[in-house]
Write a protein that binds this ligand. Structure first.
Ligand SMILES: NC(=O)c1ccc[n+]([C@@H]2O[C@H](COP(=O)([O-])OP(=O)(O)OC[C@H]3O[C@@H](n4cnc5c(N)ncnc54)[C@H](O)[C@@H]3O)[C@@H](O)[C@H]2O)c1
Ligand SMILES: O=P(O)(O)OC[C@H](O)CO
Length: 352
Protein backbone atom coordinates (compact mmCIF):
# COMPACT_ATOMS: atom_id res chain seq x y z
CA UNK A 1 0.00 0.00 0.00
CA UNK A 2 1.45 3.44 -0.87
CA UNK A 3 2.35 5.55 2.15
CA UNK A 4 1.47 9.22 2.41
CA UNK A 5 3.39 12.18 3.74
CA UNK A 6 1.53 14.48 6.10
CA UNK A 7 1.79 17.48 3.74
CA UNK A 8 -0.04 15.53 1.01
CA UNK A 9 -2.94 14.77 3.35
CA UNK A 10 -3.87 18.46 3.41
CA UNK A 11 -5.27 18.42 -0.11
CA UNK A 12 -8.94 17.47 -0.05
CA UNK A 13 -10.60 15.67 -2.95
CA UNK A 14 -14.11 16.32 -4.28
CA UNK A 15 -15.79 14.10 -6.86
CA UNK A 16 -18.58 15.74 -8.87
CA UNK A 17 -18.81 19.47 -9.57
CA UNK A 18 -22.56 19.88 -9.87
CA UNK A 19 -24.44 22.36 -7.67
CA UNK A 20 -23.74 20.65 -4.39
CA UNK A 21 -20.20 19.50 -5.18
CA UNK A 22 -19.26 23.07 -6.14
CA UNK A 23 -20.80 24.53 -2.97
CA UNK A 24 -18.97 22.02 -0.75
CA UNK A 25 -15.67 22.33 -2.65
CA UNK A 26 -15.80 26.13 -2.22
CA UNK A 27 -16.39 25.77 1.54
CA UNK A 28 -13.54 23.24 1.85
CA UNK A 29 -11.22 25.54 -0.10
CA UNK A 30 -11.56 28.21 2.56
CA UNK A 31 -9.33 26.06 4.79
CA UNK A 32 -7.43 23.64 2.52
CA UNK A 33 -6.35 23.29 -1.09
CA UNK A 34 -8.90 21.22 -2.98
CA UNK A 35 -8.55 18.94 -5.98
CA UNK A 36 -11.83 18.22 -7.77
CA UNK A 37 -12.62 15.45 -10.19
CA UNK A 38 -14.82 16.12 -13.21
CA UNK A 39 -15.26 13.52 -15.92
CA UNK A 40 -15.35 15.97 -18.82
CA UNK A 41 -12.11 17.51 -20.08
CA UNK A 42 -13.79 20.81 -20.96
CA UNK A 43 -15.13 21.13 -17.38
CA UNK A 44 -11.64 20.50 -15.97
CA UNK A 45 -10.18 23.13 -18.31
CA UNK A 46 -12.92 25.64 -17.47
CA UNK A 47 -12.30 25.22 -13.71
CA UNK A 48 -8.50 25.47 -14.02
CA UNK A 49 -8.48 28.38 -16.46
CA UNK A 50 -11.51 30.49 -15.51
CA UNK A 51 -12.32 29.38 -11.93
CA UNK A 52 -15.93 28.87 -12.87
CA UNK A 53 -18.16 25.93 -13.75
CA UNK A 54 -21.65 26.07 -15.23
CA UNK A 55 -21.77 29.77 -14.40
CA UNK A 56 -20.84 29.20 -10.73
CA UNK A 57 -17.73 30.71 -9.14
CA UNK A 58 -15.02 28.25 -8.14
CA UNK A 59 -12.60 29.18 -5.35
CA UNK A 60 -9.13 30.03 -6.78
CA UNK A 61 -7.51 27.39 -4.50
CA UNK A 62 -9.41 24.65 -6.32
CA UNK A 63 -7.69 22.64 -9.05
CA UNK A 64 -9.45 20.12 -11.29
CA UNK A 65 -8.47 16.78 -12.79
CA UNK A 66 -10.22 14.11 -14.82
CA UNK A 67 -7.86 11.44 -13.51
CA UNK A 68 -9.31 9.36 -10.62
CA UNK A 69 -5.90 7.93 -9.84
CA UNK A 70 -4.41 11.42 -9.35
CA UNK A 71 -7.25 12.41 -7.02
CA UNK A 72 -6.84 9.30 -4.86
CA UNK A 73 -3.04 9.60 -4.83
CA UNK A 74 -2.98 13.25 -3.78
CA UNK A 75 -5.93 13.27 -1.36
CA UNK A 76 -6.67 10.92 1.51
CA UNK A 77 -9.96 12.62 2.36
CA UNK A 78 -12.52 12.48 -0.43
CA UNK A 79 -16.00 13.97 -0.71
CA UNK A 80 -18.22 12.17 -3.25
CA UNK A 81 -20.97 14.51 -4.53
CA UNK A 82 -22.59 12.70 -7.46
CA UNK A 83 -26.22 11.62 -7.93
CA UNK A 84 -27.24 8.11 -6.87
CA UNK A 85 -27.94 7.10 -10.49
CA UNK A 86 -24.22 7.49 -11.26
CA UNK A 87 -22.93 6.03 -8.00
CA UNK A 88 -21.96 2.51 -8.99
CA UNK A 89 -20.25 3.80 -12.15
CA UNK A 90 -18.30 6.48 -10.29
CA UNK A 91 -17.33 4.34 -7.28
CA UNK A 92 -16.16 1.51 -9.54
CA UNK A 93 -14.02 4.00 -11.46
CA UNK A 94 -12.34 5.08 -8.21
CA UNK A 95 -12.24 1.69 -6.45
CA UNK A 96 -8.89 0.51 -7.92
CA UNK A 97 -7.17 3.61 -6.49
CA UNK A 98 -8.74 3.61 -3.02
CA UNK A 99 -6.97 2.20 0.07
CA UNK A 100 -8.12 1.60 3.65
CA UNK A 101 -6.39 4.85 4.71
CA UNK A 102 -8.81 6.90 2.58
CA UNK A 103 -11.59 8.65 4.44
CA UNK A 104 -14.75 9.12 2.36
CA UNK A 105 -17.72 11.40 3.04
CA UNK A 106 -20.62 11.50 0.58
CA UNK A 107 -23.44 14.00 0.14
CA UNK A 108 -25.85 12.00 -1.98
CA UNK A 109 -29.53 11.88 -1.00
CA UNK A 110 -30.59 8.87 -3.01
CA UNK A 111 -30.70 5.07 -2.98
CA UNK A 112 -29.26 2.38 -5.26
CA UNK A 113 -30.39 -1.15 -5.98
CA UNK A 114 -28.26 -4.21 -5.47
CA UNK A 115 -29.79 -6.52 -8.06
CA UNK A 116 -28.54 -9.48 -10.02
CA UNK A 117 -27.70 -9.04 -13.70
CA UNK A 118 -30.90 -8.69 -15.74
CA UNK A 119 -33.14 -8.02 -12.72
CA UNK A 120 -35.12 -4.79 -12.61
CA UNK A 121 -37.34 -3.20 -9.98
CA UNK A 122 -40.40 -3.95 -12.10
CA UNK A 123 -39.54 -7.66 -12.31
CA UNK A 124 -39.02 -8.12 -8.56
CA UNK A 125 -41.97 -9.41 -6.61
CA UNK A 126 -40.55 -8.68 -3.16
CA UNK A 127 -37.87 -6.04 -2.72
CA UNK A 128 -35.83 -6.92 0.35
CA UNK A 129 -33.82 -4.52 2.50
CA UNK A 130 -30.54 -6.10 1.42
CA UNK A 131 -31.37 -5.24 -2.20
CA UNK A 132 -31.55 -1.54 -1.29
CA UNK A 133 -28.30 0.31 -0.72
CA UNK A 134 -27.61 3.68 0.80
CA UNK A 135 -24.51 5.32 -0.67
CA UNK A 136 -22.35 4.41 2.32
CA UNK A 137 -23.34 0.80 1.71
CA UNK A 138 -22.34 1.13 -1.96
CA UNK A 139 -18.95 2.53 -0.95
CA UNK A 140 -18.36 -0.25 1.59
CA UNK A 141 -19.47 -2.93 -0.87
CA UNK A 142 -17.44 -1.68 -3.85
CA UNK A 143 -14.20 -0.45 -2.24
CA UNK A 144 -11.72 -1.31 0.50
CA UNK A 145 -12.49 1.98 2.26
CA UNK A 146 -13.61 1.57 5.86
CA UNK A 147 -13.87 5.05 7.32
CA UNK A 148 -17.01 6.22 5.54
CA UNK A 149 -19.39 9.03 6.43
CA UNK A 150 -22.24 11.01 5.00
CA UNK A 151 -23.10 14.67 5.01
CA UNK A 152 -26.79 15.57 5.15
CA UNK A 153 -28.90 18.46 6.32
CA UNK A 154 -30.80 21.50 5.11
CA UNK A 155 -28.20 22.47 2.52
CA UNK A 156 -29.77 24.06 -0.54
CA UNK A 157 -26.65 24.72 -2.61
CA UNK A 158 -27.75 28.09 -4.02
CA UNK A 159 -27.94 29.40 -0.43
CA UNK A 160 -24.59 27.86 0.58
CA UNK A 161 -22.95 29.53 -2.43
CA UNK A 162 -24.32 32.89 -1.26
CA UNK A 163 -22.73 32.29 2.17
CA UNK A 164 -26.04 32.27 4.06
CA UNK A 165 -25.84 30.66 7.53
CA UNK A 166 -26.52 26.92 7.54
CA UNK A 167 -25.65 23.66 9.25
CA UNK A 168 -25.22 20.03 8.36
CA UNK A 169 -24.76 16.63 9.98
CA UNK A 170 -21.75 14.41 9.38
CA UNK A 171 -22.68 10.86 10.29
CA UNK A 172 -20.33 7.92 10.62
CA UNK A 173 -19.62 4.93 12.82
CA UNK A 174 -16.12 6.42 13.12
CA UNK A 175 -15.72 9.43 15.36
CA UNK A 176 -12.59 10.49 13.47
CA UNK A 177 -14.69 10.88 10.29
CA UNK A 178 -17.07 13.20 12.14
CA UNK A 179 -14.17 15.16 13.65
CA UNK A 180 -12.41 15.52 10.28
CA UNK A 181 -15.65 16.65 8.62
CA UNK A 182 -16.15 19.23 11.37
CA UNK A 183 -12.56 20.44 11.17
CA UNK A 184 -12.71 20.84 7.41
CA UNK A 185 -16.14 22.42 7.03
CA UNK A 186 -17.01 24.29 10.21
CA UNK A 187 -16.95 28.08 9.88
CA UNK A 188 -18.68 31.17 11.22
CA UNK A 189 -21.40 30.59 8.65
CA UNK A 190 -21.57 26.81 8.72
CA UNK A 191 -22.18 24.61 11.75
CA UNK A 192 -21.44 20.86 11.62
CA UNK A 193 -23.15 18.38 13.95
CA UNK A 194 -22.17 14.75 14.44
CA UNK A 195 -24.26 11.58 14.51
CA UNK A 196 -23.16 7.94 14.73
CA UNK A 197 -26.34 6.64 13.02
CA UNK A 198 -25.11 6.89 9.43
CA UNK A 199 -27.98 4.84 7.98
CA UNK A 200 -30.57 6.97 9.80
CA UNK A 201 -29.00 10.21 8.61
CA UNK A 202 -28.69 8.97 5.02
CA UNK A 203 -32.31 7.78 5.05
CA UNK A 204 -33.50 11.10 6.47
CA UNK A 205 -31.98 12.99 3.52
CA UNK A 206 -33.35 10.43 1.09
CA UNK A 207 -36.91 10.18 2.43
CA UNK A 208 -37.56 13.90 2.86
CA UNK A 209 -37.38 14.24 -0.94
CA UNK A 210 -40.64 12.28 -1.27
CA UNK A 211 -42.44 14.66 1.07
CA UNK A 212 -40.84 17.65 -0.70
CA UNK A 213 -42.40 16.57 -4.01
CA UNK A 214 -45.80 16.41 -2.25
CA UNK A 215 -45.17 19.87 -0.70
CA UNK A 216 -44.44 21.28 -4.15
CA UNK A 217 -47.73 19.82 -5.38
CA UNK A 218 -49.66 21.46 -2.52
CA UNK A 219 -47.99 24.78 -3.32
CA UNK A 220 -48.77 24.35 -7.01
CA UNK A 221 -52.42 23.87 -6.12
CA UNK A 222 -52.26 26.99 -3.90
CA UNK A 223 -53.54 25.13 -0.84
CA UNK A 224 -51.85 27.27 1.80
CA UNK A 225 -49.83 26.93 4.98
CA UNK A 226 -52.25 24.83 7.07
CA UNK A 227 -52.08 22.08 4.48
CA UNK A 228 -48.29 22.35 4.41
CA UNK A 229 -48.06 22.02 8.20
CA UNK A 230 -50.26 18.95 8.00
CA UNK A 231 -48.11 17.42 5.26
CA UNK A 232 -44.82 18.13 7.04
CA UNK A 233 -45.96 16.62 10.34
CA UNK A 234 -47.54 13.53 8.75
CA UNK A 235 -44.54 13.32 6.42
CA UNK A 236 -42.21 13.25 9.41
CA UNK A 237 -44.21 10.40 11.00
CA UNK A 238 -44.05 8.48 7.70
CA UNK A 239 -40.30 9.10 7.46
CA UNK A 240 -39.84 7.75 10.99
CA UNK A 241 -41.66 4.49 10.21
CA UNK A 242 -39.91 4.01 6.85
CA UNK A 243 -36.52 4.82 8.30
CA UNK A 244 -37.03 2.39 11.20
CA UNK A 245 -38.02 -0.35 8.76
CA UNK A 246 -34.87 0.32 6.74
CA UNK A 247 -32.53 0.45 9.74
CA UNK A 248 -32.43 4.11 10.87
CA UNK A 249 -33.19 5.55 14.29
CA UNK A 250 -36.09 7.83 15.26
CA UNK A 251 -33.60 10.36 16.68
CA UNK A 252 -31.96 10.93 13.30
CA UNK A 253 -35.29 11.69 11.60
CA UNK A 254 -36.28 14.26 14.21
CA UNK A 255 -32.88 15.95 13.99
CA UNK A 256 -31.32 18.40 11.56
CA UNK A 257 -30.87 15.91 8.71
CA UNK A 258 -34.52 14.82 8.99
CA UNK A 259 -36.98 17.45 10.18
CA UNK A 260 -34.48 20.28 9.51
CA UNK A 261 -34.03 19.29 5.88
CA UNK A 262 -37.70 18.39 5.52
CA UNK A 263 -38.82 21.90 6.47
CA UNK A 264 -36.24 23.52 4.18
CA UNK A 265 -36.92 21.36 1.16
CA UNK A 266 -40.72 21.59 1.55
CA UNK A 267 -40.44 25.40 1.45
CA UNK A 268 -37.77 26.10 -1.14
CA UNK A 269 -38.41 27.02 -4.74
CA UNK A 270 -34.72 26.15 -5.26
CA UNK A 271 -35.41 22.50 -4.40
CA UNK A 272 -35.57 20.28 -7.47
CA UNK A 273 -37.92 17.86 -5.70
CA UNK A 274 -40.29 20.64 -4.62
CA UNK A 275 -40.17 21.98 -8.19
CA UNK A 276 -41.18 18.63 -9.68
CA UNK A 277 -44.28 18.54 -7.46
CA UNK A 278 -45.11 22.18 -8.17
CA UNK A 279 -44.95 21.73 -11.93
CA UNK A 280 -46.95 18.49 -11.77
CA UNK A 281 -49.70 20.33 -9.93
CA UNK A 282 -49.65 22.98 -12.65
CA UNK A 283 -50.50 20.23 -15.14
CA UNK A 284 -47.15 19.35 -16.73
CA UNK A 285 -46.53 15.67 -17.41
CA UNK A 286 -43.74 14.06 -15.37
CA UNK A 287 -41.69 13.07 -18.42
CA UNK A 288 -41.72 16.65 -19.73
CA UNK A 289 -40.64 18.02 -16.34
CA UNK A 290 -37.77 15.56 -15.98
CA UNK A 291 -36.59 16.08 -19.57
CA UNK A 292 -36.37 19.81 -19.00
CA UNK A 293 -34.39 19.57 -15.73
CA UNK A 294 -30.61 19.63 -15.94
CA UNK A 295 -30.17 18.62 -12.32
CA UNK A 296 -31.31 15.51 -10.54
CA UNK A 297 -34.51 15.26 -8.44
CA UNK A 298 -33.55 12.19 -6.39
CA UNK A 299 -37.07 11.77 -4.98
CA UNK A 300 -38.39 10.29 -8.24
CA UNK A 301 -36.11 7.26 -8.11
CA UNK A 302 -36.44 7.04 -4.32
CA UNK A 303 -40.22 6.80 -4.43
CA UNK A 304 -40.05 3.86 -6.89
CA UNK A 305 -37.71 1.98 -4.57
CA UNK A 306 -39.51 2.85 -1.34
CA UNK A 307 -42.94 2.03 -2.78
CA UNK A 308 -41.70 -1.43 -3.79
CA UNK A 309 -40.20 -1.96 -0.32
CA UNK A 310 -43.41 -0.85 1.43
CA UNK A 311 -45.31 -3.68 -0.27
CA UNK A 312 -42.72 -6.28 0.76
CA UNK A 313 -42.52 -5.04 4.34
CA UNK A 314 -46.30 -4.81 4.73
CA UNK A 315 -46.01 -1.17 5.81
CA UNK A 316 -48.54 1.60 5.31
CA UNK A 317 -47.05 4.86 4.10
CA UNK A 318 -50.04 6.72 2.66
CA UNK A 319 -48.23 9.82 1.38
CA UNK A 320 -45.59 7.79 -0.44
CA UNK A 321 -48.10 5.28 -1.82
CA UNK A 322 -50.46 7.97 -3.12
CA UNK A 323 -47.67 10.08 -4.56
CA UNK A 324 -46.35 6.99 -6.35
CA UNK A 325 -49.76 6.54 -7.96
CA UNK A 326 -49.83 10.20 -9.01
CA UNK A 327 -46.37 9.97 -10.54
CA UNK A 328 -46.59 6.59 -12.22
CA UNK A 329 -50.22 5.43 -12.39
CA UNK A 330 -52.23 8.47 -13.55
CA UNK A 331 -53.95 9.14 -10.22
CA UNK A 332 -54.94 12.82 -10.19
CA UNK A 333 -53.37 14.94 -7.44
CA UNK A 334 -56.81 16.07 -6.27
CA UNK A 335 -57.93 12.43 -5.92
CA UNK A 336 -54.79 11.59 -3.95
CA UNK A 337 -55.52 14.53 -1.65
CA UNK A 338 -59.09 13.41 -1.08
CA UNK A 339 -57.86 9.92 -0.26
CA UNK A 340 -55.33 11.29 2.23
CA UNK A 341 -57.93 13.55 3.88
CA UNK A 342 -60.15 10.52 4.46
CA UNK A 343 -57.27 8.29 5.64
CA UNK A 344 -57.95 7.17 9.23
CA UNK A 345 -54.89 8.71 10.84
CA UNK A 346 -55.96 8.88 14.44
CA UNK A 347 -52.90 9.13 16.65
CA UNK A 348 -50.81 12.28 16.25
CA UNK A 349 -47.42 10.95 17.34
CA UNK A 350 -47.19 7.17 17.52
CA UNK A 351 -43.45 6.57 17.58
CA UNK A 352 -42.31 7.77 21.02
N1 LIG B 1 -28.07 20.74 -4.93
C1 LIG B 1 -28.33 20.72 -3.64
O1 LIG B 1 -28.84 21.71 -3.07
C2 LIG B 1 -28.02 19.50 -2.82
C3 LIG B 1 -27.89 19.66 -1.46
C4 LIG B 1 -27.63 18.56 -0.68
C5 LIG B 1 -27.47 17.32 -1.28
N2 LIG B 1 -27.58 17.20 -2.63
C6 LIG B 1 -27.40 15.87 -3.18
O2 LIG B 1 -26.14 15.84 -3.85
C7 LIG B 1 -26.21 14.95 -4.97
C8 LIG B 1 -25.72 15.69 -6.19
O3 LIG B 1 -26.60 16.79 -6.38
P1 LIG B 1 -26.23 18.05 -7.25
O4 LIG B 1 -27.23 19.07 -6.93
O5 LIG B 1 -24.82 18.43 -7.11
O6 LIG B 1 -26.51 17.44 -8.70
P2 LIG B 1 -26.12 18.04 -10.10
O7 LIG B 1 -27.04 17.40 -11.07
O8 LIG B 1 -26.06 19.53 -10.03
O9 LIG B 1 -24.62 17.55 -10.32
C9 LIG B 1 -24.24 16.22 -10.41
C10 LIG B 1 -22.74 16.13 -10.73
O10 LIG B 1 -22.40 14.76 -10.83
C11 LIG B 1 -21.67 14.59 -12.04
N3 LIG B 1 -21.92 13.25 -12.59
C12 LIG B 1 -23.10 12.72 -12.96
N4 LIG B 1 -22.90 11.48 -13.47
C13 LIG B 1 -21.57 11.25 -13.38
C14 LIG B 1 -20.73 10.16 -13.75
N5 LIG B 1 -21.26 9.05 -14.28
N6 LIG B 1 -19.40 10.26 -13.54
C15 LIG B 1 -18.88 11.38 -12.98
N7 LIG B 1 -19.61 12.45 -12.62
C16 LIG B 1 -20.93 12.37 -12.83
C17 LIG B 1 -22.21 15.65 -12.99
O11 LIG B 1 -21.29 15.90 -14.04
C18 LIG B 1 -22.37 16.81 -12.06
O12 LIG B 1 -21.15 17.47 -11.88
C19 LIG B 1 -27.68 14.49 -5.07
O13 LIG B 1 -27.80 13.22 -4.50
C20 LIG B 1 -28.43 15.52 -4.22
O14 LIG B 1 -29.58 14.96 -3.61
C21 LIG B 1 -27.83 18.26 -3.41
O1 LIG C 1 -32.87 20.36 -4.68
P1 LIG C 1 -33.25 19.14 -3.87
O2 LIG C 1 -34.73 18.92 -3.87
O3 LIG C 1 -32.46 17.95 -4.31
O4 LIG C 1 -32.88 19.42 -2.37
C1 LIG C 1 -31.59 19.83 -2.08
C2 LIG C 1 -31.16 19.45 -0.69
O5 LIG C 1 -31.42 18.11 -0.40
C3 LIG C 1 -31.71 20.36 0.38
O6 LIG C 1 -31.05 20.09 1.58
Amino acid sequence: MPSKSSSETQMIGVVGMGSFGTAVANMLAEKNPVLVYARKEEVVREINETHTTSGRKVHPDILATFDPEELCRRCNILFFMVPSAAYFEVIRKFAPFLYPYHLIIHGTKGLALNLEEGQTLEKIEKLKREQILTMSEVILQETVAVRVGCLAGPNISTELILGHPAATVIASHYNEVILEGQRLLRSERFQVYGNSDIIGVELSGVLKNIIAIAAGALAGLGLGENAKGLLISRGMVEMVHLSKALGGSVQSVIGLAGVGDLVTTCNSVHSRNFTVGYRLAKGEPLAQILNSMEEVAEGINTIRIVNAFIKTAGLRAPITENLYRVLFEDLQIEEALQFLMKYPFSVDVDFV
